[in-house]
Design a protein around this ligand. Structure first.
Ligand code: ACM
Length: 451
C-alpha cells in the first residue's frame, strides 16, 4: 500500500511539473511595468523570436496589447498598430534578459499623453540628437514629443513666407548672441515628424507667444511691445502669426499646436494677454488644430472644450485646481519635480540657477503624487536648455529620469524599489547605446558635464 501511495505521488508530481503552470512567480524585466503579467519559470527558446503571430482584437482599447509567449512561438493581440508596436517594445526588453520566460502579459497605458519636451531655442541640438531621443522615447512607450521651437534666444523653424524669421531670428543662442543661424528647414521637420510617427510619437511644435518673443521681435521690431513681448494691439501681428500657424499646420500633421502663453506680467498684461490668447487660439482652431497653453493663461477664458492647459507652475497649485474644475483637459508637468534642467542630486553642480536648492531626483519624479482627476490626460517631463550645450550633458540631464517619468505615465501600479531593480537592465541598454546618463550608482562613472 505504501509503495502504491508513493508511486502515485511521484506520478502526480511529475504530472504537475509538465502540465500545471509553474507556481514560481517570475518578475517581469520590463519598463514601464506592464499592467498584468503572469510569467512562468518555463523558458522561451529565443531562436523562435521571429515567430510572432499578430492578431487584431477590437475588444482591446487603444494602445493596449496582449502578449502570449509560448515555448516556441509568440502571439500578439491588439486593436491598433500602436498596441502592436508596444508589444514589440516589451518583447525587445524581455528578450535582452538571459532567460526569456513563457507566460502572458496584458498591458495598457494609464495615460493617453506621455510626453517629453525639448527646448531647442536656447541651444540647438539638431536632427540626429532628436532622432536618438525619439528612439529612446519609443522604447519606454512615450508618445508625445513637444518641441519648443521659439524663445528669446532663437526662432528655429523655417517659415517660407518670412525667410527673415530664420535669417535674423535663428541667429544666436543662450551662450552666444551672434552664433550662426541654426534652425530646421521644413524638409527637416517633415523627416523628423515621419521618423516619430513610425515610433507612434506625435510631434507638437511650440511657438511661444506673446512673451519669450525676443527672437521674433528682432525680426519684426514694429510688432514688438518692449523687448520680450509682442504687441497684441497691432493688427499686423495677427497677419504674421496666422501665416506662421498655416505653415506649421501644414508641416505638423498632428492634432495640437502649443502656443505658449507663459511668463508675461506687468502693468495691464492680464487683459492684454486675454485678448491675445482668445484671438490667437481661435486662429489655431481655424487651422484645424487644438491649442495648448501653459497654465499662466488660465484666466484668459479660453474654451475648456477646445483648449488644453499645460500645468507647470508647481508653486501655483490653485492654477491646476482651476483648470480641472473648469473642465480643461490638462497635462501635468510641475517644475518641481518634472523639469529636467534642475539638478538631480545634491552633488551636481550645474542646474537651474535661480532654484538651485531644488533637487529633482529620480525618486521624486517616480513618487510624485498625481491626482486621480479624469481631466488629467497625462504627464510630461521638460528639458529647458539654457545650461545644456553638449549632447553628453543633454543625456545626463534626461536619463534615467525620463525613464521614471515614462513608468509614471504608463503604469498603474508603481513600486520604486522594483523599478530600480528593473532599471539595471535598462542602464545596460543605455551603455550599449552609449548614452551618457547620470549614473546614480557610481557618481564618478560619468562625471557631470558642466556645459
Ligand atoms: C515654463 O517653464 N516657463 C513654461
Amino acid at each position: 500500500m505504501r509503495i502504491i501511495a508513493s508511486t502515485l505521488s511521484v506520478i502526480l508530481s511529475l504530472w504537475a511539473c509538465t502540465c500545471l503552470p509553474a507556481q514560481v512567480p517570475v518578475s517581469v524585466p520590463v519598463i514601464p511595468a506592464p499592467q498584468e503579467a503572469h510569467l512562468t519559470d518555463k523558458s522561451f527558446n529565443k531562436k523562435y523570436l521571429d515567430r510572432i503571430q499578430y492578431d487584431r482584437d477590437l475588444t482591446l482599447p487603444a494602445e493596449a496589447y496582449v502578449l502570449e509567449i509560448k515555448k516556441n512561438r509568440i502571439v500578439v493581440r491588439s486593436s491598433d498598430e500602436a498596441g502592436r508596436f508596444y508589444a514589440q517594445q516589451t518583447l525587445a526588453q524581455l528578450s535582452s534578459a538571459d532567460v526569456m520566460h513563457c507566460g502572458v502579459i496584458k498591458d495598457a497605458p494609464r495615460y493617453a499623453w506621455r510626453g517629453f519636451m525639448l527646448d531647442e531655442a536656447r541651444h540647438f541640438h539638431g536632427k540626429e540628437k532628436v532622432k536618438e531621443l525619439l528612439d529612446l522615447m519609443a522604447r519606454y512607450k512615450l508618445n508625445r514629443f513637444h518641441w519648443h521651437l521659439s524663445d528669446d534666444q532663437g526662432w528655429r523653424v523655417e517659415i517660407k513666407a518670412f525667410p527673415e524669421l530664420t535669417q535674423i531670428g535663428a541667429v544666436g543662442d543662450y551662450t552666444d548672441a551672434n552664433a550662426a543661424a541654426k534652425f530646421y528647414t521644413q524638409d527637416d521637420i517633415r523627416e523628423i515628424v515621419a521618423y516619430a510617427a513610425e515610433r507612434h510619437i506625435e510631434v507638437i511644435p511650440e511657438i511661444d507667444m506673446p512673451g519669450h518673443a525676443s527672437a521674433f521681435n528682432r525680426t519684426f521690431p514694429d510688432l514688438a511691445f518692449g523687448s520680450r513681448t509682442v504687441n497684441p494691439e497691432n493688427e499686423k501681428l495677427y497677419e504674421v502669426l496666422n501665416q506662421v500657424i498655416k505653415e506649421l499646420a501644414d508641416i505638423f500633421p498632428g492634432r495640437y499646436l502649443h502656443i505658449g502663453g507663459d511668463e508675461v506680467s506687468g502693468e495691464g498684461w492680464k487683459e492684454r494677454q486675454k485678448g491675445f490668447e482668445l484671438r490667437h487660439s481661435a486662429a489655431v482652431r481655424a487651422a484645424g488644430k487644438t491649442p495648448i497653453v501653459w497654465d499662466d493663461a488660465i484666466d484668459s477664458d479660453l474654451d475648456p472644450e477646445t483648449t488644453i492647459i499645460h500645468w507647470w507652475r508647481a508653486d501655483h497649485p490653485e492654477s491646476l485646481e482651476k483648470a480641472l474644475a473648469s473642465g480643461y483637459q490638462t497635462i501635468v508637468s510641475p517644475w518641481d519635480p518634472f523639469y529636467l534642467d534642475y539638478i538631480q542630486d545634491a552633488r551636481c553642480k550645474e542646474g537651474h540657477l535661480a532654484w538651485k536648492q531644488y533637487v529633482n531626483g529620480l525618486d521624486e519624479i517616480y513618487n510624485y503624487p498625481l491626482s486621480a482627476d479624469e481631466h488629467i490626460i497625462g504627464v510630461q517631463a521638460n528639458l529647458w536648455t539654457e545650461r545644456v550645450v553638449t549632447s553628453d550633458r543633454l543625456d545626463y540631464m534626461v536619463f534615467p529620469r525620463l525613464i521614471a517619468l515614462a513608468e509614471k505615465a504608463w503604469s498603474s501600479s508603481l513600486d520604486y524599489n522594483d523599478f530600480l531593480q528593473r532599471l539595471e537592465g535598462e542602464l545596460r541598454y543605455l551603455d550599449f547605446r552609449q548614452v551618457y546618463y547620470f549614473d546614480f550608482r557610481d557618481f564618478s562613472r560619468h562625471p557631470e558635464p558642466l556645459k
